[in-house]
Design a protein around this ligand. Structure first.
Ligand SMILES: NC(=O)c1ccc[n+]([C@@H]2O[C@H](COP(=O)([O-])OP(=O)(O)OC[C@H]3O[C@@H](n4cnc5c(N)ncnc54)[C@H](OP(=O)(O)O)[C@@H]3O)[C@@H](O)[C@H]2O)c1
Length: 311
Protein backbone atom coordinates (compact mmCIF):
# COMPACT_ATOMS: atom_id res chain seq x y z
CA UNK A 1 0.00 0.00 0.00
CA UNK A 2 2.52 2.64 1.11
CA UNK A 3 4.63 2.16 -2.03
CA UNK A 4 1.70 3.64 -4.02
CA UNK A 5 1.44 6.69 -1.81
CA UNK A 6 2.13 10.10 -3.30
CA UNK A 7 5.53 11.34 -2.16
CA UNK A 8 3.95 14.52 -0.75
CA UNK A 9 2.11 12.64 2.03
CA UNK A 10 4.65 9.94 2.77
CA UNK A 11 5.81 11.90 5.83
CA UNK A 12 2.51 11.18 7.57
CA UNK A 13 2.88 7.46 7.02
CA UNK A 14 6.47 7.54 8.22
CA UNK A 15 5.40 9.06 11.55
CA UNK A 16 4.64 6.40 14.15
CA UNK A 17 3.36 8.65 16.92
CA UNK A 18 2.76 12.37 17.41
CA UNK A 19 2.16 14.88 20.16
CA UNK A 20 -1.23 16.53 20.73
CA UNK A 21 -1.32 20.18 21.80
CA UNK A 22 -4.94 20.66 22.90
CA UNK A 23 -4.02 21.13 26.57
CA UNK A 24 -1.50 23.85 25.68
CA UNK A 25 -3.61 26.82 26.66
CA UNK A 26 -7.00 25.17 27.16
CA UNK A 27 -8.61 26.01 30.50
CA UNK A 28 -12.10 24.62 29.93
CA UNK A 29 -11.24 20.93 29.60
CA UNK A 30 -7.61 20.70 30.64
CA UNK A 31 -7.28 23.32 33.39
CA UNK A 32 -4.37 25.10 31.74
CA UNK A 33 -2.69 27.32 34.32
CA UNK A 34 -3.28 24.84 37.14
CA UNK A 35 -0.79 22.05 37.68
CA UNK A 36 1.28 22.66 34.56
CA UNK A 37 3.03 25.72 33.18
CA UNK A 38 4.32 26.86 29.78
CA UNK A 39 7.76 25.69 30.91
CA UNK A 40 6.38 22.20 31.61
CA UNK A 41 4.75 22.11 28.18
CA UNK A 42 7.93 23.25 26.44
CA UNK A 43 9.99 20.68 28.32
CA UNK A 44 7.53 18.01 27.14
CA UNK A 45 7.81 19.30 23.57
CA UNK A 46 11.62 19.19 23.71
CA UNK A 47 11.83 15.71 25.16
CA UNK A 48 9.41 14.51 22.47
CA UNK A 49 11.76 15.79 19.77
CA UNK A 50 14.76 14.23 21.52
CA UNK A 51 12.90 10.92 21.51
CA UNK A 52 12.05 11.05 17.82
CA UNK A 53 8.49 12.42 18.04
CA UNK A 54 8.37 15.23 15.48
CA UNK A 55 4.69 15.44 14.55
CA UNK A 56 2.76 18.04 16.58
CA UNK A 57 -0.99 18.51 16.24
CA UNK A 58 -2.62 21.80 17.23
CA UNK A 59 -5.69 23.80 16.18
CA UNK A 60 -6.71 27.43 15.99
CA UNK A 61 -9.37 26.91 18.67
CA UNK A 62 -7.09 25.26 21.24
CA UNK A 63 -6.82 27.82 24.00
CA UNK A 64 -8.28 30.31 21.54
CA UNK A 65 -5.02 30.53 19.58
CA UNK A 66 -2.75 30.07 22.60
CA UNK A 67 -1.69 26.54 21.60
CA UNK A 68 -0.54 27.75 18.18
CA UNK A 69 1.24 30.73 19.73
CA UNK A 70 3.07 28.56 22.23
CA UNK A 71 4.10 26.15 19.49
CA UNK A 72 5.33 29.12 17.43
CA UNK A 73 7.53 30.21 20.36
CA UNK A 74 8.87 26.71 20.93
CA UNK A 75 9.70 26.33 17.23
CA UNK A 76 11.91 29.42 17.39
CA UNK A 77 13.91 27.82 20.18
CA UNK A 78 14.62 24.47 18.56
CA UNK A 79 16.85 23.35 15.73
CA UNK A 80 15.06 20.03 15.32
CA UNK A 81 12.70 19.52 12.40
CA UNK A 82 9.05 19.66 13.48
CA UNK A 83 6.06 18.53 11.44
CA UNK A 84 3.27 20.99 12.21
CA UNK A 85 -0.40 20.14 11.80
CA UNK A 86 -3.18 22.58 12.59
CA UNK A 87 -6.91 22.88 11.94
CA UNK A 88 -9.66 25.12 10.60
CA UNK A 89 -12.74 25.42 12.80
CA UNK A 90 -16.06 25.70 10.91
CA UNK A 91 -17.38 28.74 12.79
CA UNK A 92 -20.95 29.51 11.67
CA UNK A 93 -19.99 32.69 9.81
CA UNK A 94 -17.31 30.94 7.78
CA UNK A 95 -19.44 30.20 4.76
CA UNK A 96 -17.02 30.57 1.85
CA UNK A 97 -14.06 28.60 0.56
CA UNK A 98 -11.91 31.71 1.03
CA UNK A 99 -12.53 31.50 4.78
CA UNK A 100 -10.24 28.45 4.80
CA UNK A 101 -7.20 30.26 3.42
CA UNK A 102 -7.97 33.32 5.56
CA UNK A 103 -8.02 31.24 8.73
CA UNK A 104 -4.85 29.43 7.71
CA UNK A 105 -3.00 32.72 7.21
CA UNK A 106 -4.00 33.74 10.76
CA UNK A 107 -2.75 30.38 12.08
CA UNK A 108 0.54 30.82 10.22
CA UNK A 109 0.98 34.20 11.86
CA UNK A 110 0.46 32.73 15.34
CA UNK A 111 2.78 29.83 14.50
CA UNK A 112 5.33 32.16 12.99
CA UNK A 113 5.58 29.96 9.89
CA UNK A 114 5.19 30.45 6.16
CA UNK A 115 3.52 27.12 5.72
CA UNK A 116 2.32 24.19 7.79
CA UNK A 117 2.75 20.53 6.96
CA UNK A 118 -0.87 19.53 7.39
CA UNK A 119 -4.03 21.67 7.37
CA UNK A 120 -7.19 19.92 8.49
CA UNK A 121 -10.89 20.81 8.58
CA UNK A 122 -11.59 20.24 12.29
CA UNK A 123 -15.25 19.19 11.97
CA UNK A 124 -17.70 18.91 9.10
CA UNK A 125 -20.00 21.94 9.10
CA UNK A 126 -23.78 21.66 9.41
CA UNK A 127 -24.02 24.80 7.25
CA UNK A 128 -21.37 24.44 4.58
CA UNK A 129 -21.19 21.56 2.10
CA UNK A 130 -18.18 19.28 2.41
CA UNK A 131 -17.20 20.23 -1.15
CA UNK A 132 -16.84 23.94 -0.39
CA UNK A 133 -14.32 23.52 2.43
CA UNK A 134 -12.50 20.89 0.36
CA UNK A 135 -12.14 23.54 -2.37
CA UNK A 136 -10.75 25.83 0.34
CA UNK A 137 -8.18 23.18 1.25
CA UNK A 138 -7.25 22.86 -2.43
CA UNK A 139 -6.67 26.64 -2.60
CA UNK A 140 -4.50 26.55 0.53
CA UNK A 141 -2.46 23.76 -1.03
CA UNK A 142 -2.14 25.51 -4.37
CA UNK A 143 -0.97 28.70 -2.63
CA UNK A 144 1.77 26.71 -0.90
CA UNK A 145 0.38 27.51 2.57
CA UNK A 146 0.32 23.83 3.47
CA UNK A 147 2.24 20.79 2.36
CA UNK A 148 -0.73 18.43 2.75
CA UNK A 149 -4.41 18.62 3.57
CA UNK A 150 -6.68 16.55 5.77
CA UNK A 151 -10.02 16.38 7.51
CA UNK A 152 -11.15 15.49 11.01
CA UNK A 153 -14.29 13.89 12.44
CA UNK A 154 -15.48 13.02 8.91
CA UNK A 155 -17.46 9.83 8.44
CA UNK A 156 -16.85 7.53 5.46
CA UNK A 157 -19.23 9.37 3.19
CA UNK A 158 -17.97 12.85 4.10
CA UNK A 159 -14.38 11.69 3.69
CA UNK A 160 -15.14 10.26 0.26
CA UNK A 161 -16.70 13.56 -0.84
CA UNK A 162 -13.64 15.54 0.27
CA UNK A 163 -11.36 12.95 -1.34
CA UNK A 164 -13.21 13.27 -4.66
CA UNK A 165 -13.01 17.07 -4.75
CA UNK A 166 -9.31 17.03 -3.92
CA UNK A 167 -8.64 14.28 -6.50
CA UNK A 168 -10.10 16.65 -9.10
CA UNK A 169 -7.23 18.99 -8.23
CA UNK A 170 -4.73 16.11 -8.13
CA UNK A 171 -4.27 16.65 -4.40
CA UNK A 172 -4.29 13.59 -2.14
CA UNK A 173 -6.44 13.64 0.98
CA UNK A 174 -3.66 12.99 3.47
CA UNK A 175 -5.53 12.22 6.69
CA UNK A 176 -8.71 11.90 8.69
CA UNK A 177 -8.30 12.62 12.41
CA UNK A 178 -10.88 10.85 14.55
CA UNK A 179 -11.27 9.51 18.07
CA UNK A 180 -9.78 6.04 18.36
CA UNK A 181 -8.72 4.20 21.47
CA UNK A 182 -9.48 1.00 23.39
CA UNK A 183 -12.68 2.55 24.76
CA UNK A 184 -13.89 3.77 21.38
CA UNK A 185 -13.35 1.43 18.47
CA UNK A 186 -16.15 2.71 16.28
CA UNK A 187 -13.74 3.33 13.38
CA UNK A 188 -13.04 -0.40 13.29
CA UNK A 189 -16.72 -1.27 13.50
CA UNK A 190 -18.06 1.25 10.96
CA UNK A 191 -15.37 0.55 8.37
CA UNK A 192 -13.72 3.99 8.46
CA UNK A 193 -10.29 2.61 9.37
CA UNK A 194 -10.41 0.06 6.54
CA UNK A 195 -11.58 2.69 4.04
CA UNK A 196 -8.75 5.03 5.07
CA UNK A 197 -6.29 2.22 4.47
CA UNK A 198 -7.77 1.49 1.03
CA UNK A 199 -7.55 5.14 0.02
CA UNK A 200 -4.08 5.76 1.49
CA UNK A 201 -5.57 8.27 3.94
CA UNK A 202 -3.68 8.27 7.26
CA UNK A 203 -6.05 7.72 10.17
CA UNK A 204 -4.83 9.99 12.95
CA UNK A 205 -6.09 8.72 16.32
CA UNK A 206 -7.09 11.46 18.72
CA UNK A 207 -7.62 10.93 22.45
CA UNK A 208 -5.64 7.67 22.09
CA UNK A 209 -5.41 7.45 25.89
CA UNK A 210 -9.14 8.16 26.25
CA UNK A 211 -8.17 11.54 27.71
CA UNK A 212 -5.77 9.92 30.19
CA UNK A 213 -7.99 7.06 31.38
CA UNK A 214 -5.96 4.35 29.68
CA UNK A 215 -2.92 5.36 31.71
CA UNK A 216 -4.63 3.62 34.62
CA UNK A 217 -4.21 6.53 37.01
CA UNK A 218 -7.94 7.19 37.34
CA UNK A 219 -10.55 4.99 39.01
CA UNK A 220 -14.10 5.35 40.34
CA UNK A 221 -12.54 6.42 43.67
CA UNK A 222 -10.13 8.81 41.96
CA UNK A 223 -11.96 10.17 38.90
CA UNK A 224 -10.34 12.62 36.50
CA UNK A 225 -11.02 16.30 37.18
CA UNK A 226 -13.48 18.51 35.31
CA UNK A 227 -15.72 17.40 32.46
CA UNK A 228 -13.87 14.11 32.05
CA UNK A 229 -15.44 12.81 35.29
CA UNK A 230 -18.94 12.97 33.80
CA UNK A 231 -17.94 11.78 30.34
CA UNK A 232 -16.27 8.65 31.66
CA UNK A 233 -18.25 7.97 34.88
CA UNK A 234 -19.86 4.77 33.54
CA UNK A 235 -16.83 3.30 31.84
CA UNK A 236 -14.53 3.95 34.80
CA UNK A 237 -16.46 1.32 36.73
CA UNK A 238 -16.08 -1.27 33.99
CA UNK A 239 -12.54 -0.83 32.76
CA UNK A 240 -10.58 -2.40 35.60
CA UNK A 241 -10.00 -5.76 33.80
CA UNK A 242 -8.75 -3.89 30.73
CA UNK A 243 -6.35 -1.78 32.82
CA UNK A 244 -5.10 -4.90 34.55
CA UNK A 245 -4.40 -6.51 31.18
CA UNK A 246 -2.63 -3.38 29.89
CA UNK A 247 -0.41 -3.44 32.98
CA UNK A 248 0.33 -7.17 32.65
CA UNK A 249 1.23 -6.85 28.98
CA UNK A 250 3.46 -3.90 29.85
CA UNK A 251 5.26 -6.01 32.43
CA UNK A 252 5.72 -8.70 29.84
CA UNK A 253 7.49 -6.09 27.73
CA UNK A 254 10.00 -5.38 30.49
CA UNK A 255 8.20 -2.55 32.25
CA UNK A 256 6.20 -0.68 29.63
CA UNK A 257 3.35 1.30 31.20
CA UNK A 258 -0.37 0.80 30.58
CA UNK A 259 -0.37 4.07 28.61
CA UNK A 260 2.47 2.84 26.38
CA UNK A 261 0.68 -0.43 25.68
CA UNK A 262 -2.59 1.40 24.88
CA UNK A 263 -0.76 3.68 22.43
CA UNK A 264 1.13 0.78 20.87
CA UNK A 265 -2.21 -0.97 20.32
CA UNK A 266 -3.28 2.05 18.20
CA UNK A 267 -0.04 1.88 16.20
CA UNK A 268 -0.52 -1.85 15.63
CA UNK A 269 -4.01 -1.16 14.26
CA UNK A 270 -2.45 1.06 11.59
CA UNK A 271 -3.31 4.44 13.12
CA UNK A 272 -1.12 7.41 14.06
CA UNK A 273 -1.82 8.20 17.72
CA UNK A 274 -1.26 11.78 18.92
CA UNK A 275 -1.38 11.63 22.72
CA UNK A 276 -1.56 14.93 24.55
CA UNK A 277 1.18 15.65 27.08
CA UNK A 278 1.35 18.35 29.74
CA UNK A 279 4.89 17.72 30.97
CA UNK A 280 8.20 15.90 30.47
CA UNK A 281 7.10 12.77 32.26
CA UNK A 282 4.02 12.23 30.10
CA UNK A 283 5.77 13.19 26.86
CA UNK A 284 8.71 10.90 27.52
CA UNK A 285 6.48 8.01 28.45
CA UNK A 286 4.32 8.47 25.35
CA UNK A 287 7.37 8.60 23.07
CA UNK A 288 8.34 5.19 24.50
CA UNK A 289 5.17 3.74 22.98
CA UNK A 290 6.83 3.67 19.54
CA UNK A 291 9.61 1.53 18.09
CA UNK A 292 8.20 -1.87 19.05
CA UNK A 293 5.05 -3.86 18.33
CA UNK A 294 2.69 -5.89 20.52
CA UNK A 295 2.38 -9.53 19.55
CA UNK A 296 -0.79 -10.55 17.63
CA UNK A 297 -2.15 -12.53 20.60
CA UNK A 298 -1.69 -9.50 22.86
CA UNK A 299 -3.66 -7.32 20.44
CA UNK A 300 -6.37 -9.96 20.34
CA UNK A 301 -6.53 -10.14 24.13
CA UNK A 302 -6.84 -6.35 24.36
CA UNK A 303 -9.60 -6.36 21.73
CA UNK A 304 -11.44 -8.99 23.71
CA UNK A 305 -11.07 -7.16 27.00
CA UNK A 306 -12.43 -3.96 25.46
CA UNK A 307 -15.26 -5.66 23.50
CA UNK A 308 -17.50 -5.81 26.56
CA UNK A 309 -17.87 -2.06 26.93
CA UNK A 310 -16.09 -0.15 24.16
CA UNK A 311 -18.08 1.87 21.64
N1 LIG B 1 -9.80 16.57 15.99
C1 LIG B 1 -10.46 16.61 17.11
O1 LIG B 1 -11.68 16.86 17.16
C2 LIG B 1 -9.72 16.32 18.38
C3 LIG B 1 -10.42 16.07 19.58
C4 LIG B 1 -9.67 15.75 20.71
C5 LIG B 1 -8.28 15.72 20.65
N2 LIG B 1 -7.63 16.00 19.48
C6 LIG B 1 -6.16 15.94 19.38
O2 LIG B 1 -5.68 14.75 19.95
C7 LIG B 1 -4.74 15.04 20.98
C8 LIG B 1 -4.80 14.00 22.06
O3 LIG B 1 -6.10 13.84 22.56
P1 LIG B 1 -6.53 14.24 24.05
O4 LIG B 1 -5.59 15.29 24.55
O5 LIG B 1 -8.00 14.50 24.00
O6 LIG B 1 -6.42 12.90 24.89
P2 LIG B 1 -5.29 11.82 25.22
O7 LIG B 1 -4.13 12.01 24.38
O8 LIG B 1 -6.00 10.54 25.19
O9 LIG B 1 -4.97 12.18 26.74
C9 LIG B 1 -4.16 13.25 27.06
C10 LIG B 1 -4.18 13.48 28.58
O10 LIG B 1 -3.91 12.29 29.27
C11 LIG B 1 -3.01 12.54 30.36
N3 LIG B 1 -1.75 11.85 29.99
C12 LIG B 1 -1.06 11.95 28.82
N4 LIG B 1 -0.01 11.12 28.81
C13 LIG B 1 -0.02 10.47 29.98
C14 LIG B 1 0.82 9.48 30.54
N5 LIG B 1 1.85 8.99 29.88
N6 LIG B 1 0.53 9.03 31.79
C15 LIG B 1 -0.55 9.51 32.46
N7 LIG B 1 -1.39 10.45 31.98
C16 LIG B 1 -1.12 10.93 30.73
C17 LIG B 1 -2.88 14.06 30.44
O11 LIG B 1 -3.96 14.60 31.21
P3 LIG B 1 -4.01 14.57 32.82
O12 LIG B 1 -2.61 14.61 33.31
O13 LIG B 1 -4.84 15.76 33.17
O14 LIG B 1 -4.75 13.30 33.13
C18 LIG B 1 -3.09 14.46 29.00
O15 LIG B 1 -3.49 15.79 28.84
C19 LIG B 1 -5.11 16.46 21.41
O16 LIG B 1 -4.05 17.10 22.10
C20 LIG B 1 -5.44 17.08 20.09
O17 LIG B 1 -4.26 17.42 19.40
C21 LIG B 1 -8.34 16.28 18.36
Amino acid sequence: MSSDLPESIQFLHDAEIGLGAWSWGDRIVWNYGKGYSDADIEAGFKISLENGVHFVDTAEIYGNGRSERLLGQFLKRTESPVIVATKFFPLPWRLTRASVTRALRASLERLNLERVDLYQIHWPSPLVPIERYAEGLASAHRLGLTRAVGVSNYDKNQMQRAYTVLSGHEIPLASNQVEYNLLNRSVEKNGLLARCQELGVRLIAYSPLAMGLLSGKYSPENPPPGMRAGKYAGVLKEMHPLLKLLTEIGQDWGGKSAAQVALNWCICKGALPIPGAKNVHQAEMNAGAAGWRLRPEQIEALDEASDAFSK
